[in-house]
Design a protein around this ligand. Structure first.
Ligand code: AR6
Length: 173
């Protein structure tokens, strides 16, 4: 069975899914954008789990392109999968790192036996990745990578621009 890809316009912290993906930074200790919203609504349990990761496996932080799961605290999900997108650069092609965020997050989700996974548009906010390019890359990578037990990958887009970019990317495939 193929994994379904769905699009939703809205706030990822209001979604119900087995796993919600967070567009974090290497510190894992919170920030603005989706990251801030997830920690605010999810509560202190998520930050405590992130601090524990920093104290154990990720003393130097989580490198860009990697992913790691914690509790989802008070969010309507079982796990938050934190991944660190690359900052967009006009001089250097970092798209392999952005693709890796989607790939490794899906691998973590599969390991956890998550059936539904919600993603924000990683790197398209504070990290300034152009939306159309990010959407094409996200859709392509998820199509290549998603396998059971993941049944649904939901992109949760925060505004009409992002929703439009993902709609075009999905239709182009
Ligand atoms: N639900 C869904 N999407 C959202 C939400 C939300 N609640 N809030 C923002 N977006 P960003 P990045 C959209 O900046 O570019 C943080 O400080 C937003 O409109 O959250 O990967 C981290 O700690 C945009 O389309 O993440 C890092 O330092 C997309 O989510 C840095 O920002 C991603 O925007 C990561 O930057």
């Amino acid at each position: 069975m193929d994994t379904r890809i769905t699009l939703v316009l809205g706030d990822i912290t209001r979604q119900h899914a087995d796993a919600l993906v967070n567009a974090a930074n290497s510190s894992l200790l919170g920030g603005g954008g989706v990251d801030g919203a997830i920690h605010r609504r999810g509560g202190p349990e998520i930050l405590a789990a992130c601090r524990a990761l920093r104290a154990s496996h990720y003393g130097k932080g989580l490198p860009a392109g990697r992913a790691v799961a914690t509790t989802a605290g008070r969010l309507d999900a079982r796990w938050v999968i934190h991944t660190v997108g690359p900052v967009h650069s006009a001089e250097e092609d970092r798209s392999a790192l952005l693709a890796s965020c989607y790939r490794t997050s899906l691998a973590v989700a599969a390991e956890l036996e998550a059936r539904t996974v919600a993603f924000p548009a990683i790197s398209t906010g504070i990290f300034r990745w152009p939306l159309d390019d990010a959407a094409r890359l996200a859709v392509r990578t998820v199509r290549e990578q998603a396998t059971p037990p993941v049944e649904e990958v939901r992109f949760v887009l925060f505004d009409e621009d992002a929703y439009g970019a993902f709609t075009r990317a999905l239709a182009a495939g």
